[in-house]
Ligand binder design. Structure first.
Ligand SMILES: [Ca+2]
Ligand SMILES: [Ca+2]
Ligand SMILES: [Ca+2]
Length: 257
């Protein structure tokens, strides 16, 4: 009799647990769905986090990375790098020129938008559509592994349609060295163009061999780029120990295993 009584209580307890479990399950699902829906704008953050584990390896004095394969992006309130690929439907405005996917390496590139200064007559607003100071607006970070330390020239493949979309900065491990500031493009309008020149007082079109990073130790490093002019279109970048312009879409990426 006592055994039957205990079993009855046991069944009731099990029923209560089962009901609670089911209710908790449903609440959990709803909660998850709500979270998922309200988190749509953060999808990019998730993909950025996934990309963060991708490390690009230098071999034989050469390293190539697609611009769109950044690990993270910072300082995005004023201007932000937008992904342009075959699936891109809308981009922040204003952005007066069309997409330039033809001949883009990896069928994708980044553009820093909005682009409010298109011609020299548009207002120049330092800290908004222009930043002569590096590391202030639209910072892209890339993880790399360097086998052979030393001096590396930085080459970038960009697409410029005018005079106010052709500047960029590059930095190493959070430091915006002088030799990474004011990358400049003058030649090669309206086509994807490799360049590695620094704008100086003497030459506004940029001087050769002046854009480089001194990587003193082998191992893991972070290479970063930041906006100089809005509307800059960024396809791919290369570190090379020789000052030799890449051809075509440039060398293949090498992802570290
Ligand atoms: Ca544009
Ligand atoms: Ca611009
Ligand atoms: Ca690309």
């Amino acid at each position: 009799m006592e055994t039957i009584k205990l079993s009855g209580i046991g069944v009731v307890v099990l029923l209560i647990i089962a009901i609670n479990w089911r209710a908790g399950d449903q609440f959990g699902d709803e909660h998850f769905d709500t979270f998922s829906l309200s988190s749509q704008p953060n999808c990019q953050t998730s993909s950025e986090l996934i990309q963060e584990v991708r490390v690009f390896e230098e071999q034989n004095g050469m390293l190539a990375v697609e611009a769109e394969h950044f690990s993270s992006q910072q300082q995005t309130t004023i201007r932000k790098w937008a992904l342009v690929n075959r699936d891109t439907k809308a981009l922040p405005t204003p952005d007066p020129d069309p997409a330039h996917l033809e001949d883009a390496s990896g069928d994708a590139y980044l553009e820093i938008l909005p682009d409010s200064r298109v011609t020299h007559d548009d207002p120049l607003i330092p800290g908004t559509n222009f930043s002569n100071e590096p590391g202030k607006i639209g910072i892209l970070n890339y993880k790399v592994y360097i086998n052979q330390p030393g001096k590396y020239f930085v080459w970038v493949r960009g697409f410029s349609t005018g005079t106010e979309d052709n500047g960029l900065h590059v930095g190493l491990d959070g430091v915006w060295v002088e030799s990474g500031q004011r990358m400049q493009w003058c030649e090669g309008k309206n086509e994807w163009t490799w360049e590695s020149k620094q704008r100086t007082q003497e030459n506004h079109c940029g001087e050769a061999r002046k854009i480089f990073l001194d990587i003193k130790k082998p191992g893991h490093h972070t290479i970063s780029f930041s906006m100089r002019e809005d509307g800059f279109e960024f396809d791919k970048w290369v570190l090379s120990s020789n000052y030799q312009k890449p051809s075509g879409q440039g060398p293949q990426e090498k992802v570290m295993k």
